[in-house]
Design a protein around this ligand. Structure first.
Ligand code: OVM
Length: 402
């Protein structure tokens, strides 16, 4: 514990790059080493602080006045460098702007809306699982994880069918750009102009159906709550935040079920556990590994003094494995009391789409639990490297019917 004590006034300086390919491939040993070495780390490579323990992550994400989102929630400090796109008016914003925009978004995700979406989402989930069982062996990413969230959510938003292949490349741009500028960002931006062009064009009122979540956003224009341009930006937030996240949550959850057979057995015997099992997968293998904040003032975090206008990276995925908060954190346990996990973030920026994400997860994995007998890996999983998303490129899986 001497390292911890030494760290009480100075940040730990570990020469570790959490955005290297090696770290992204296997981040959990790194998170553990960082948690044990001290609460706050300083990276001279990135001129950024890292916060890795549950309580500190919770605090930084909770105190939005001190730890601002308006200078970006990636490594880039918008006070010092120009953002790659007009900043999100909900994610990359503080109150009062954030309060106004989030209110409009949240109204599209109420229990009443979710109730209306449920029937369609469950029907599509059955179709998806039947197709997987017909295939028997398939790729858990291309044939499963990428299929459902790129259909049901864009359908609900009211997005046209044509051009949806742009959604995942856009998500890759958005999430890679939260990290440092490296080879991953470079690759993600290969076709950036065309992808961005399609996204922006399809956020317009006229591109969207009259009865979807997108139209609900534009109804707030008519009510005087947001401007027409702001409505387009909020539809852009749907498309930025609502697709890659759920795709990778599905891939990661399927991997969990294929590699923890006792947990799969429990789920298969009790499909009612699907909702909690999906939630546990967000703790154990959450797609969003970290988000950043910017200090508004001199502040102390975990006994370490940090100056104003500094970037802090909050590792939610490390908080989710912190033994100070969780018993057996490295065990995937679908019956665990998982409230308090950081997979959706926490605080005023906690995932606004979580009711829809949960609906998708519950619909699909409950259908799987009802219909499938066995699930196993049919080959080596291949990682998809992304600066902040935990993802697979390919996940060969074999399933049988019950
Ligand atoms: C946005 C946005 C983009 C990515 C993620 C996100 C996790 C929001 O553009 O508002 O939330």
């Amino acid at each position: 514990m001497t390292q911890t004590e030494k760290a009480l006034s100075k940040p730990v300086q570990l020469d570790i790059d959490p955005f290297s390919i090696a770290a992204l491939g296997d981040p959990y040993p790194l998170y553990r080493a960082m948690r044990e070495a001290g609460p706050v780390h300083y990276s001279s490579r990135y001129d950024c602080y890292f916060v890795v323990r549950h309580d500190d992550v919770q605090r930084v994400l909770g105190e939005w006045r001190t730890f601002s989102s308006a200078a970006g929630v990636g490594l880039a400090n918008f006070n010092k460098e120009r953002p790659w796109r007009p900043p999100s008016i909900v994610l990359e914003a503080d109150p009062p702007l954030h309060t106004r925009t989030r209110t409009v978004l949240a109204r599209t995700m109420t229990p009443g809306v979710v109730r209306q979406l449920r029937e369609t989402f469950e029907r599509e989930a059955e179709l998806l699982i039947d197709r997987m069982l017909d295939m028997g062996a398939f790729d858990g990413i291309a044939d499963f994880a990428e299929i459902y969230p790129t259909k049901v959510f864009p359908d609900a938003v009211g997005l046209p069918a044509k051009g949806r292949e742009n959604l995942l490349p856009y998500g890759s741009m958005v999430f890679n750009s939260f990290g440092p500028r490296n080879a991953l960002t470079e690759a993600a931006f290969a076709n950036a102009d065309a992808v961005r062009g399609w996204i922006m064009a399809n956020c317009a009122r006229d591109a969207l159906s009259k009865d979807g979540l997108g139209a609900m956003i534009y109804a707030a224009v008519d009510a005087g709550e947001v401007s027409e341009d702001e409505a387009g930006m909020l539809v852009r937030s749907f498309l930025s935040a609502g697709v890659d996240t759920t795709v990778n949550a599905f891939g990661n959850m399927l991997w969990c079920l294929a590699t923890f057979p006792d947990q799969w057995r429990k789920l298969r015997e009790n499909p009612g556990l699907a909702r909690n099992a999906f939630e546990e997968s967000l703790r154990f293998e959450g797609p969003a590994q970290c988000f950043f904040r910017t200090t508004m003032d001199d502040v102390e975090v975990g006994g370490v003094q940090i100056g104003a206008n500094e970037k802090i990276c909050c590792f939610m995925a490390s908080a989710n494995r912190d033994p100070r908060r969780w018993n057996n954190p490295d065990t995937f346990d679908i019956e665990r009391k998982v409230v308090g996990h950081m997979g959706f973030g926490t605080g005023i920026h906690g995932c606004v789409g979580q009711p829809i994400a949960r609906l998708e997860g519950e619909a699909v994995f409950a259908a799987l639990a009802r219909k499938a007998g066995t699930i196993e890996l049919a080959g080596e999983p291949v990682r998809q490297y992304n600066n902040v998303l935990r993802a697979f490129a390919s996940l060969p899986v074999r399933v049988t019917r019950k």
